[in-house]
Design a binder for this molecule. Structure first.
Ligand SMILES: [Zn+2]
Length: 192
């Protein structure tokens, strides 16, 4: 019998809360290069917000980056930005622009909903959040990441002018992004 891959040993089926809000199915293509995701490692990112705790969440955007796109993207942060991220991660363990791959035996087949690394709040207690997860062989590896409004602000503050400029150029160069996504990406900085 062939040895089980890392993903087969530690991955968990993609829960519905990490499906595309638009198709109600797991994501099928990279938002940036459009390649099919079947045999590709990728990161899911979904952003939601609401005006009051009584309101329902509204989807701001959802996007998926295949590993190639995501490497191109994150390799271009300035040194200044990267050291600011590092400092922040020391203060708030788990708060990092990169998905933390934490493998535990506790949840073998089940992916628990994450809490914010800064405030420890659940999604239900936040006004705004970004949810991300890393997928390999159609299985979620490690835990999902949750950034609430405070965590998003702290990461945004790490961005140097150089990094912000790069991010604008990066997303501007993707001419065939859906217009609703490119508009939002110009206003909000996405940090993977
Ligand atoms: Zn891609």
């Amino acid at each position: 019998m062939a040895e089980k891959s890392f993903a087969e040993q530690f991955g968990k089926p993609i829960p519905e809360w990490l499906y595309s809000e638009n198709t109600k199915q797991p994501f099928a293509n990279c938002t940036l290069c459009h390649q099919n995701l079947t045999n590709v490692k990728y990161t899911i990112c979904k952003s939601f917000s609401r005006l009051s705790l009584e309101d329902s969440f509204v989807l701001n955007f959802e996007l998926v980056m295949c590993q190639d796109c995501s490497e191109t993207y994150s390799n271009n942060f300035s040194k200044e930005t990267l050291s600011a991220f590092e400092k922040l991660a020391k203060e708030y363990p788990g708060l990092s622009p990169n998905i933390q791959i934490v493998i535990t035996d506790v949840y073998k087949d089940y992916l628990p909903k994450p809490i914010c690394a800064v405030t420890k709040k659940t999604m239900e207690e936040l006004y705004e959040y970004e949810l991300s997860a890393y997928v390999s062989e159609n299985l979620v590896i490690g835990s999902a990441n949750l950034l609430g409004e405070k965590a998003i602000k702290l990461l945004d503050d790490c961005l140097s002018d150089e990094s912000s400029g790069f991010m604008d150029d990066f997303f501007n160069s993707l001419i065939d992004l859906p217009p609703e996504i490119s508009t939002i990406l110009k206003e909000k900085k996405i940090i993977f």
